[in-house]
Design a protein around this ligand. Structure first.
Ligand SMILES: NC(=O)c1ccc[n+]([C@@H]2O[C@H](COP(=O)([O-])OP(=O)(O)OC[C@H]3O[C@@H](n4cnc5c(N)ncnc54)[C@H](O)[C@@H]3O)[C@@H](O)[C@H]2O)c1
Ligand SMILES: O=CCC[C@H](NC(=O)CCC(=O)O)C(=O)O
Length: 489
């Protein structure tokens, strides 16, 4: 059991709340355990961030960046240890967790560029004065992370928030506390001043205490749509607080008129099954034209899917898919499959959760073409629903028939078809002949509908990390030549 797991005001201390633990889902072994932060500790973390804000926000951008750059170097130096810990806590194969650490390393340079380009200073001449656009940090912000990218996604809020001059209270997923602890230790080593970044570990109670704290100025959340909606309700009537929500999706991928069947299937597999289907951008619904060619794509997809390697994160050669986050999550996917079959879906590839003690699960495909009233749910795992269609308009209408709107894509040879799709599809990420996962940190990242609240992250995270200030400035004053009616001087 780790004893000092909370990082508050520059000091590590034990939690005063309930003990919780993380489990290696591939091997069913304990990884980490510690006590949660109770309400008083959450309060202490927020107040430490409040106290640290004036000094941190008044530092020059260069000074703040120097610490962030040192953090980025330390991430690179500690890549293997962090990637190994991510693999143990999430079950993701190490080839993938190394990529995740790489994305964290790259985030600092991208966020610096985004800060300058999107929230830098703009100066315009006007008669007898200058007009300026400048930006100021909000103050104390809470950052919530999900388990599927326990390093990269919270990092995508923390780095731009710190660059902009905010101070942060970080509440990681309770399923990946060790990754959070290691990451914050690297920030400490990088020289982050006391109180500027605080870590409160714990389960939902800790999250609730933080989101309800009156002294936070904003909350940046990446996680499920359910939790995001709860937070949105909680922030109702609080226009003074900034809330950025990055949530899930029920993402469609359309296939029509493709000549390279293997390339098509590769894009589908990368979209549906990477990270064992545990990416918010994963394809959940595959629309395939009911033609000879469409059927050939589907047959090949079934064949390739049956051969996808699933296994332990350290296995050599490496599997494409590791374990899901928990045995419970894997069982949930098997239940989702049963429900689709009960509703009339036809299994094309059976998702199998063989060992109930682990999160290891094989990928599945269910043909739901003839099923009515399919739940508009994000099944967060390797289960793909197939819809056979006869007209593109019908496919697009069904693709849009969701409360979500995160990612969408089309695989087709013809550019006109893509342009038409682009015009009619509703999502924050729309790709052509590429997987719909693997979004770039150098682009905005967010969805519409139940997927987000129009505060896109990644490159646009800079936007929600500060507020714009408009100023008209003149270094001297004089009476205008013509006065407004009714004024006498
Ligand atoms: N759009 C994106 O950028 C993005 C990226 C990754 C994951 N996701 C989504 O995240 C989900 C998986 O992550 P998860 O299961 O860890 O999400 P989650 O919503 O269960 O948890 C996210 C965080 O919120 C906290 N939390 C949970 N309930 C809370 C409450 N009532 N009040 C305050 N805090 C609370 C958790 O402790 C955790 O820290 C999927 O739905 C996925 O699509 C979205
Ligand atoms: O699970 C959700 C995130 C998936 C991932 N998106 C990003 O990495 C966005 C880029 C960023 O935040 O820097 C993906 O699209 O695979």
């Amino acid at each position: 059991m780790s004893s000092s797991v909370q990082f508050i005001d520059g000091c590590w201390s034990a939690g005063n709340g309930k003990t919780f633990k993380s489990i290696d889902p591939a091997r069913n072994q304990p990884v980490w355990s510690g006590a949660a932060a109770d309400d008083n500790q959450v309060d202490a973390a927020v107040m430490a961030a409040r106290k640290a804000f004036p000094e941190w926000s008044q530092r020059s951008l260069e000074e703040r960046l120097a610490i962030c750059k040192r953090f980025s170097e330390l991430l690179a130096e500690n890549k293997e240890e962090l990637a190994q810990t991510m693999a143990e806590e999430t079950g993701k194969p190490v080839w993938e967790t190394r990529t995740e650490v790489g994305a964290m390393v790259g985030k600092v340079a991208i966020s610096e560029r985004a800060y300058n380009e999107r929230t830098g200073t703009v100066e315009n001449d006007m008669p007898g004065a200058k007009a300026f656009i400048r930006h100021k940090p909000h103050g104390v912000v809470a950052v919530y992370g999900p388990y599927n990218f326990p390093g990269h996604l919270p990092n995508g809020h923390i780095v731009p928030a710190l660059i902009a001059g905010n101070t942060v209270v970080f509440k990681p997923s309770e399923l990946t506390p060790k990754v959070a602890e290691l990451t914050v230790k690297l920030w400490e080593k990088a020289g982050i001043p006391a109180g500027v970044l605080n870590l409160v570990q714990g389960e939902v109670e800790t999250g609730k205490a933080l989101s309800a704290h009156p002294q936070i100025d904003g909350l940046y959340f990446t996680g499920s749509s359910n939790t995001g909606h709860l937070l949105h309700k909680q922030f109702g009537g609080r226009p003074d607080k900034i809330l950025a929500l990055e949530m899930g999706g029920n993402n469609p991928l359309v296939v029509t008129n493709v000549s390279d069947i293997d390339a098509t299937v590769h894009n589908i597999v990368q979209s549906a099954y990477i990270t064992s289907g545990q990416r918010c951008t994963c394809a959940r619904r595959l629309f395939i034209e009911d033609t000879e060619q469409g059927r050939a794509v589907l047959d090949r997809l079934v064949e390739v899917t049956k051969n996808i390697e699933v296994g332990d994160y350290e296995a050599e050669p490496q599997p494409f898919m590791g374990a899901m986050i928990s045995a419970q999550a894997a069982a949930g996917m098997a239940d989702a499959q049963s429900e689709l079959l009960r509703l009339g879906g036809k299994s094309l590839v059976k998702l199998v959760h063989e060992d109930p003690k682990t999160g290891l699960v094989t990928p599945g495909i269910v043909d739901v073409t003839d099923v009515e009233d399919i739940p508009d749910e994000e099944y967060f795992g390797p289960l793909l629903k197939v819809y056979r269609f006869t007209s593109l308009d019908e496919a697009i209408a069904e693709a849009n028939n969701t409360r979500y709107g995160l990612s969408a894509g089309i695989l087709c040879d013809d550019e006109e078809t893509y342009r038409y799709f682009f015009k009619h599809i509703r999502a924050g990420i729309v790709n052509w002949n590429k997987p719909i996962t693997g979004a770039s940190s150098a682009a905005p990242f967010g969805g519409i509908g139940a997927s987000g609240n129009h505060r896109a992250s990644a490159y646009y995270a800079a936007d929600y990390c500060s507020y714009p200030v408009a100023s008209v400035e003149a270094d001297s004053m004089s009476l205008p030549e013509s006065l407004a009616p009714g004024l006498k001087f």
